[in-house]
Design a binder for this molecule. Structure first.
Ligand SMILES: Cc1cc2nc3c(=O)[nH]c(=O)nc-3n(C[C@H](O)[C@H](O)[C@H](O)COP(=O)(O)OP(=O)(O)OC[C@H]3O[C@@H](n4cnc5c(N)ncnc54)[C@H](O)[C@@H]3O)c2cc1C
Length: 385
């Protein structure tokens, strides 16, 4: 059973205090910002200064130390305040910076990771394309070698932070045909590269985060921006996506926790038939079911983080944590909205925001159907639940 250390409990208190003061009061305003650029950019600087972007990264590369459990605490609490704001930070740290730290050569790591972790640069991670969603083997964006450079042509879709990111880790095809994982490499591309067009995409939920469609038209990227090995760099990065499921699980946990708290606060105050809604047994049972799911999810997320921290086999537990937490968050958010009635349907209610925010986590870091496939496969190889 997960028991936080005294330091971890103290860290949670600090983050929760920050979220209470700086994030939660602004979550609705950020969510309703009608512009193409609603992301609260100052968070990168604030969290960088606090050392929280560097949580779980080694001090030798500008990190703050700590491990996956600490990073889960961070994402759980951030998402409790605003899942959209948390998503931007998650992509920046746990995909972009983590991808470089795990796979890039020392020169690239030294050049970019400390600045990303200080919040001086912002990062994004791009693999999805018009024809490549859950099936990453379909990546087509081509990168052809030309002397000391690669020349990129093609498109990416649905890329978080890419509207503003200084650095985008882009999965490219350097060899072979779509349908194969082999031949996929990763390049660290400047957001301002000539020939790269970034078009904002409007979306249902996670609205404070920004999403872009990217078009690469004869973009020249120096060959020394290769992250990992040529043709196998993406395969090397899979470990980052696998670890990301643990943190994505924490994000869903925070979102689910917020929805449960909002539902509880509503049913104890809203009176109908001469008593609070919470006097009705079906309403109490719904809240109890929310709590029961969250309790299970918390155990799954933090036990997988502990396994990751101790260097154990965490992959299947991470798949289970991401799968169960995302589906729990969806269920809890829907019930939270239901218990709010018309009040929750109004655009200034957090209830409808949770309902819109939760869904992406069922597809992100590998669609849940793929997690189920991986869990089944692990079972055939001796995994014991
Ligand atoms: C808010 C948001 C942020 C995102 N941020 C990023 C980002 O930063 N970087 C990035 O690269 N991408 C990002 N994405 C894209 C994300 O990676 C894709 O949504 C994901 O890969 C799934 O692809 P898809 O949406 O095209 O769905 P599809 O692959 O087309 O899947 C459609 C449906 O089919 C189901 N399905 C898929 N495969 C199977 C299967 N084998 N068996 C059964 N059912 C299946 C899926 O679960 C889904 O229900 C983001 C998307 C959103 C909405």
């Amino acid at each position: 059973m997960f028991e936080p250390t005294a330091e971890q409990a103290e860290f949670r208190t600090q983050v929760a205090r920050f979220v209470e003061a700086e994030i939660a009061p602004n979550a609705t305003t950020w969510d309703r910002d009608p512009s193409d650029h609603p992301y609260p950019m100052h968070l990168f600087g604030q969290l960088g200064e606090l050392g929280w972007l560097g949580v779980g990264f080694d001090e030798s590369i500008g990190g703050s130390g700590g491990g996956p459990v600490d990073r889960c605490i961070l994402f759980e609490e951030l998402a409790r305040g605003s899942a959209g704001a948390a998503l931007g930070i998650y992509v920046h740290t746990s995909l972009a910076a983590a991808g470089l730290a795990a796979v890039a050569n020392p020169a690239l790591v030294e050049r970019f990771v400390p600045k990303l972790l200080a919040g001086e640069l912002t990062g994004a991670w791009a693999y999805a394309e018009p024809d490549s969603g859950a099936d990453v083997t379909q990546v087509r964006l081509s990168a052809k070698r030309d002397g000391d450079n690669f020349v990129l042509d093609g498109a990416k879709m649905y890329i978080t932070n890419a509207t503003f990111a200084d650095l985008i880790l882009v999965v490219v095809r350097t060899a072979g045909e779509p349908g194969r994982l082999g031949g996929l490499s990763v390049l660290a591309v400047d957001g301002e590269t000539e020939g790269l067009t970034r078009t904002p995409m409007a979306k249902l939920g996670m609205r404070p985060s920004e999403l872009a469609e990217l078009h690469f038209d004869q973009c020249v990227v120096p060959a020394d921006r290769l992250v990992g090995e040529l043709d196998t760099g993406f395969r090397q990065c899979l470990v980052v996506l696998s670890q990301g499921r643990v943190f994505a699980g924490a994000l869903s946990l925070g979102l689910g926790q917020a929805a449960m708290e909002a539902a509880l606060a509503h049913v104890v105050t809203r009176e109908q038939f001469g008593a609070p809604l919470a006097a009705k047994q079906p309403v109490r049972a719904t809240i109890a079911d929310m709590v029961t799911r969250l309790r299970g999810v918390r155990e799954l997320v933090y036990s997988s983080a502990m396994k990751l921290e101790s260097g154990g086999h965490y992959d299947t537990d991470a798949s289970i944590a991401k799968l169960v937490s995302s589906e729990a968050a969806t269920w809890i958010s829907e019930r939270c909205l239901h218990l709010h009635g018309a009040n929750g349907y109004m655009l200034d209610s957090p209830a409808q925001r949770y309902y819109r925010d939760c869904k992406i986590n069922e597809w992100g870091e590998g669609a849940n159907e793929l997690q189920r496939e991986m869990i089944f496969e692990a079972l055939t190889k001796g995994y014991r639940p």
